[in-house]
Design a protein around this ligand. Structure first.
Ligand SMILES: [Zn+2]
Ligand SMILES: [Zn+2]
Length: 347
């Protein structure tokens, strides 16, 4: 079968590899779709920026779903033909952090597409314990977006948001758009921030209450006008640009909380008195914990999170580099998620 393998910085190869055989507790999936995440693009172009992304050659793709095609001998709940989402994060369950309930910090975490073979392939194997049956009303082509939705659910939980809080989300990419929608379900008033007018328009369409262009000279003033001169109770930063954490912290009211979600390829200088003098809380949020993906699926199935606008293109696996990764890399990047499939049928 074909699979996109990660070898290192600027070295990914679409190769022929054997079809994987499921272990006793695993199922083999025929991949429906896998999407390309900005994290995948950055790992390809810049090399691994987090220790856990340094791996032996493995198949890329952590946002993926499929249909069960074969099961191991101890699989009980799944049958051939089931539509399932890959719960990509596999914490060890026994380390200090897992025992404390903070599985996203697990010291021995494994993830599809990084240390374990992922979904930019025709097939993959995955344990039954980390496959989630999909409700019928989520179309196949949208299912990879369940993974970034789990990241948005996790980030929203990390914010500690309360009903009526004003929350600004800096960065209207896929994770930003999903985080805004999850925050709305938690009763927050949401302000979208981005440099691109087009993205702000879509944020408003998807439910943001207001939008601010972060490139405007009076962006901070606008935020202050919207918040009675106080600032946002919470700011979530999902852009991962050099300047955006500083904007996020500046927009947070004294005593409020900034949650950093974007992954940073470049280090930024920062005046830490911005935190000391205002008693802001600045925290990180990465990936998802057990339960976050199930919650995301429920919100999508209930129609509370809209995914259709975030599917920007569908491409065949054979063209994953040219039409996928290379397009995502362009500076005028005009896409949210590109869906990749080996069962490509042009309309
Ligand atoms: Zn991702
Ligand atoms: Zn662990």
């Amino acid at each position: 079968m074909k699979a996109l393998r990660y070898y290192g910085r600027r070295d990914m190869r679409l190769q022929d590899v054997p079809v994987p055989v499921p272990a006793d507790d695993e199922a083999r999936l025929r991949i429906s779709y896998a999407s390309i995440c900005q994290t995948d693009v950055e790992r390809w172009w810049h090399g691994p920026t987090m220790a856990r992304w340094k791996t032996e050659p493995k198949t890329v793709g952590h946002e993926t779903s499929g249909r069960v095609e074969a099961v191991g001998s101890s699989v009980r709940e799944l049958s051939v033909g089931d539509r399932v989402m890959v719960n990509n994060i596999r914490p060890c369950g026994v380390c200090h952090w897992c025992v404390l309930g903070s599985q996203s910090s697990c010291a021995n975490v494994n993830s599809a597409g990084f240390a374990l073979d992922g979904g930019l392939a025709e097939y993959m194997v995955w344990p039954e314990s980390h496959l989630i049956k999909l409700p019928d009303n989520i179309p196949d082509v949208q299912t990879p977006l369940i993974e970034p939705t789990s990241v948005a659910v996790h980030a929203t939980r990390r914010t500690g948001v309360k009903v009526g809080d004003t929350v600004a989300v800096i960065g209207c990419g896929t994770v930003g758009m999903l985080t805004m929608q999850v925050l709305r379900t938690a009763g927050a008033r949401v302000i979208a921030g981005d440099l691109r007018a087009q993205s702000l328009d879509l944020a408003l369409k998807l439910g943001a209450d207001a939008a601010i262009n972060t490139g405007d000279e009076d962006a901070l003033e606008k935020l202050m006008n919207m918040t009675d001169g106080v600032g946002a109770d919470i700011v979530v930063e999902t852009a991962g640009a050099v300047v955006t954490p500083r904007i996020a912290i500046n927009w947070t009211r004294p005593g409020g909380t900034t949650v950093l979600v974007g992954i940073h390829a470049d280090a930024a200088n920062f005046d830490f008195n911005e935190i000391v003098g205002t008693e802001r809380t600045v925290i990180g949020s990465v990936a998802a914990s057990p339960g976050d993906m199930e919650k995301g699926i429920q919100l999508i199935a209930d129609g509370k999170i809209l995914l259709e606008e975030l599917v920007s293109a569908v491409i065949p696996l054979e063209r994953v580099m040219e039409d996928g990764f290379e397009r995502m890399l362009r500076p005028e990047k005009d896409v949210f998620r590109i869906m990749v499939t080996s069962d490509y049928r042009p309309d």
